[in-house]
Design a binder for this molecule. Structure first.
Ligand code: AMP
Length: 218
């Protein structure tokens, strides 16, 4: 199964991405997680992208597309993949089309998680993330032990780009200007699946599973 998942910040892409990854046994590849990890580790890529991520701007396509190309060439993607946070604009979607053709691995579906803006803001403002494995939490649904990840024991923290209200507004604006047009793009390709992103993570995941049962692999 090869999927992309998109939707506004706080729609639950990371949470659903982990659930999909477990259910279908495919890696969930989040470009945002890779960028944050690279910044934290002080890698060359981290140095190149830090200013964009901190300001809530998109990282230039040439860096992002190269990152995805390298990641999709790794062995664990043989049975499929889920891309979370990529593509972010039409140029990246076209690059993914070319990449998929090169790898002879075409996309099965593009999931759009739809949530109203007040829900996405509430989720972003309360969001917490494991600094080690990237698992997502929320102040309303914290880990069992304060600040300790249930999955790996890593430290659960607030994302640095989630505590700056101006950067959050900019990221949402960028989503509606640049990423939302992907709905028409994937509709035209016959790949778009709209998923209602309101409600609990479990309820949303049931909708996704029901929907993906109807998707045929190519
Ligand atoms: P996310 O975790 O998906 O919200 O991404 C966090 C930040 O990483 C974004 O605000 C961008 O600065 C950067 N980023 C992640 N994915 C992409 C992408 N596909 N294209 C450009 N920038 C990205």
């Amino acid at each position: 199964m090869r999927l992309v998942i998109f939707g506004p910040q706080g729609a639950g892409k990371g949470t659903q991405g982990s659930l999909i990854s477990e259910e279908w046994g495919i890696p969930a590849i989040s470009t945002g997680d890779i960028f944050r990890w690279s910044i934290a580790q002080g890698t060359d890529l981290g140095g190149d992208v830090k200013v964009y991520v901190d300001n809530g701007d998109l990282v230039p396509d040439r860096l992002t597309v190269r990152l995805v190309r390298d990641r999709l060439a790794q062995e664990d993607t043989a049975s499929g993949w889920l891309l979370d946070g990529f593509p972010r604009n039409i140029g990246q979607a076209e690059a993914l089309d070319r990449l998929s053709a090169d790898l002879d691995a075409s996309l099965d579906a593009a999931l759009l998680l739809e949530v109203p803006e007040d829900v996405s803001l509430h989720r972003i403002l309360g969001r917490r993330v494991c600094s080690s494995c990237g698992r997502n939490y929320h102040v309303d649904v914290p880990p069992k032990e304060d600040s300790v990840c249930d999955a790996c024991g890593g430290e659960v923290v607030e994302r640095s780009d989630d505590n700056d209200k101006e950067a959050i507004r900019k990221r949402l604006r960028t989503y509606y200007d640049e990423t939302a047009p992907l709905a028409d793009f994937y509709e035209e390709h016959g790949l778009l699946r709209r998923i209602d992103g309101k409600g609990s993570p479990g309820a949303i995941f049931e909708r996704i599973k029901r929907d993906l049962k109807r998707v045929s692999h190519r």
